[in-house]
Design a protein. Sequence first.
Length: 300
Amino acid sequence: MNYSLSHLDHLEHEAIHIMREVAAQFERPALLFSGGKDSIVMVRLAQKAFAPARIPFPLVHIDTGHNFEETIVFRDWLVAETRSRLVVGRVEDSIRAGRVTETTGPNATRNSLQTVTLLDTIAENRYDACLGGARRDEEKARAKERIFSHRDEFGQWDPKHQRPELWNLYNGRHQPGEHFRVFPLSNWTELDVWHYIARESLAIPSIYFSHDRDVVDRSGILLARTPHITLLPGEAYERRRVRFRTVGDATCTGAIESTATTLEDIIDEVSVARITERGARADDRRSETAMEDRKKAGYF
């Protein structure tokens, strides 16, 4: 009898082990859910980790108010389908409360404002661990992060002072007010995620597949038409065949030109891609350390 495991099996088993460690070590864990492919995979892994019971922690979505409609529709469908509990932190509420200030100008975005809303949501619900779908292959700052990533009482991350993780042993000890971000997909790649979605026949938002959409080319990033984007002088929307490799705030998440209409097409496309999926994110282009600076302040 052949008991050999595939590469995806090993990744799945590791992620399930990490999720069960979180359930064992923490009192009030939550799963950060964006509605994107990585968090969809996280939900499936959580289902497997705790079957036949329901997922034992809520799905937490930080809503900028500038999300793609397809993502929100899918989020609500999946929550109902899995009978999960949804907790939504709204950036709009943070703005009205004076916790953050709305940015202005042609490149205004609420993406960076999510950090305050996220930290407030964590504090309000007293979450001591937040599971996230970040992967080390996404961006150089993500590659520095441990699977159990400690956050201090201000929600901040210090990349120079992280705990060792030897032999799959994870140290979740923390003081009151501190919490952990936990990343079960750390060792996965974008291609692994797509292979897993195909293997598990997971539903995903239609935005990931090629479709016709009005976009504007801004410094090489194709931004979709939205009421929250102000065209600059000389700019105009044009109809293109595109899809999105990642989802987020529509004001800074760019599309790519693509004809991929099936999961097999997407896998083939990603297999030969020379640019990472975050290469179309305007917020990551603001500086060489844009992601790391946001993470130090408490970002995802």
